[in-house]
Structures are given as structure tokens and as C-alpha cells.
Design a protein around this ligand. Structure first.
Ligand code: OAD
Length: 266
């Protein structure tokens, strides 16, 4: 039947099917990745031409070994990334997720992103699995650190007043453990949700990529939004193929109309 429909009609039907599932859900869990911030101008990691990891070596910039080898290079790279994130503005995809949270009894937004665009769009229950780029702590003793203006242009990271080790951004580097409490809360949300949304992630970094698997095992349907096929697309009941900034507002509006219909049945 779909063969006779044009692309737009096909997408409309898929959005309606996804909206039906979401509108019936009381507990929603969402996993976002770099793709949700792409339309805000924050680069993704693995997209072939534009992805950060096609131009930079993650081992040099996002690992303890890389930091030990050249702390200045790592510091300057993160200061540059921080400035980019601060300049970026939330896009309609971020706003749509905040709107969906406002109309859902239990909503958990699990993000792999280190930016704060979800919060700036109005999302409240956000779990940052990979840390936050605007926060800092000592690489030696873990003491939190407040960034000063002069640190931003410094060639080397500042040092800890307590133990003199270098200060680093509070993001998770390769080979490091995820924040335990965030991960536990994310796993609980995945195991108890009625539907799990996967948005703008390649789904290749674990343990984040395992969360939809946990949801699926508990029979929660998976709905994906991504212009490209990801490692998680195969397990998705519905794949909305397109950019989240364009599709999420349409999806959330369709959910809102259905919810309004549920509240005011004719
Ligand atoms: P990736 O760069 O691996 O994947 C980005 C995904 O976003 C791809 O599947 C794209 O197709 C999709 N995408 C691109 N533009 C999009 C758009 N406008 N709307 C929706 N989707 C779009 O980023 P992540 O999956 O987030 O980890 O990467 C996971 C982790 O790997 C990151 O958190 C980071 C990285 O190494 C750490 O830094 C620990």
C-alpha cells in the first residue's frame, strides 16, 4: 500500500503511528545523541564528512593518555568546543522534547551530549551520561573547579589549588566509567518505560546503546528519529527518517492533538 503513497504521505503516516504509541504512554524514555544538536551547529562525531572523529583523533583529545601526552592541546580543544556550545541555540527538536516532557507524567531524557541545549530548551529531567562540557574538576583529586575568564585563552589547563594536578572538563573520556547515578537512573527508565525514543545517535557507543535493548526486552516499542540508518534502526518499530529539528515538532504536535482528544472525548 505504501508504494502508491508519496514520500510526504508515507512520513505523515509513520508520524501518526508513532504519535499513537507515544500518546498512549505514561512513561517515556528518550536517548539523544549528537544528531539532535546538529541543527544547532554543534558537530556530530561520526558523520562521514563533518563528524569530529573524522578530523580529530579521539585517542589524542578524549582519553587520559591523550591528556597526559599533551594537556595544553586537550585544554585548548575543549575551550574551543565550549565556546561553540555557548554560541549555539536550542533548535526546534530540543524544544519539541521539552514540550513532550511537559505533557507526560513520567519522562526521562537521557543524553549522550555534553552540551546543555536540552536544559536551555526547557527540559527538566535530563541525565547526562557522558558528562557536561561547561563543568570542570581536578583530574587528580576530583575537586570541582569554577572556570575563570583567563582560563579560556590559556595555553595550558589551570591547576588544582588542593593537589596541583591539572583541571579537566567534566566529560567522560574513552576508557572511563560513566557517572554511576546517571547510568542507574537511565537503566531504570529504560526498564520501566512504555515507549523508548532514540534520536540522533549512531548507537555504537556502550553502555548508552544498550539502553534501547533493555527497553525492548521489556516489550517497550522503540521509535527512532535519524536521517541515516543507525546500529539501532533494526530494532525500531518505527524509524522516522529525517532531521530531528524538522520531524520532532511534527511528531509532538501529533501527540498533543491525540492527548487533547483523549482528555476531551466527543
Ligand atoms: P555520532 O556522531 O556517532 O552519531 C550522530 C548521529 O546523528 C548519526 O546517526 C547521524 O545520522 C545522526 N544525525 C545527523 N544529523 C542529524 C539530525 N539533524 N537529526 C537527527 N539525527 C541526525 O554521535 P553519538 O551517537 O551521539 O562520546 O555518539 C556517541 C558518543 O560517541 C558521544 O557521546 C561521544 C562520542 O565519542 C563521548 O565523548 C564519550
Amino acid at each position: 500500500m505504501f508504494a502508491r503513497l508519496n514520500m510526504n504521505e508515507k512520513m505523515e503516516r509513520l508520524i501518526e503511528s508513532a504519535a499513537e504509541i507515544i500518546a498512549a504512554a505514561r512513561r517515556i524514555a528518550v536517548l539523544t545523541g549528537a544528531g539532535v544538536s546538529a541543527e544547532s551547529g554543534v558537530g556530530t562525531f561520526r558523520d562521514a564528512q563533518t563528524g569530529l572523529w573524522s578530523r580529530f583523533d579521539p585517542q589524542q583529545l578524549a582519553s587520559q593518555e591523550g591528556f597526559a601526552a599533551d594537556p595544553g592541546r586537550v585544554w585548548r580543544w575543549y575551550m574551543h568546543r565550549l565556546e561553540m556550545v555557548e554560541r549555539a541555540r536550542p533548535n526546534p527538536g530540543h524544544a519539541a522534547l521539552a514540550a513532550l516532557e511537559a505533557m507526560t507524567p513520567t519522562f526521562t531524557l537521557i543524553t549522550q551530549n555534553v552540551d546543555d541545549l536540552h536544559e536551555r530548551a526547557g527540559s527538566r529531567n535530563v541525565l547526562h551520561l557522558h558528562g557536561r562540557i561547561e563543568r570542570f574538576h581536578c583530574n587528580g583529586c576530583g575537586l570541582p573547579y569554577t572556570l575563570r575568564m583567563e582560563d579560556r585563552d590559556a595555553p595550558m589547563p589551570p591547576t588544582c589549588t588542593f593537589c596541583t594536578d591539572y583541571i579537566r572538563p567534566s566529560v567522560v573520556w574513552f576508557g572511563e566509567l560513566l557517572p554511576a547515578q546517571e547510568l542507574a537512573e537511565a537503566q531504570r527508565a529504560a526498564e520501566t518505560c512504555d515507549v523508548f525514543l532514540v534520536i540522533g545517535t549512531s548507537g555504537v557507543v556502550y553502555p548508552a546503546a544498550h539502553l534501547p535493548v533493555m527497553a525492548k526486552r521489556r516489550a517497550a516499542p522503540i521509535i527512532e528519529v535519524n536521517p541515516e540508518e543507525s546500529a539501532l534502526s533494526e530494532m525500531a518499530e518505527i524509524w522516522l527518517s529525517g532531521p530531528s529539528g524538522a520531524l520532532l515538532p511534527r511528531l509532538v504536535e501529533a501527540v498533543r492533538l491525540r492527548r487533547a482528544g483523549q482528555e476531551n472525548p466527543r
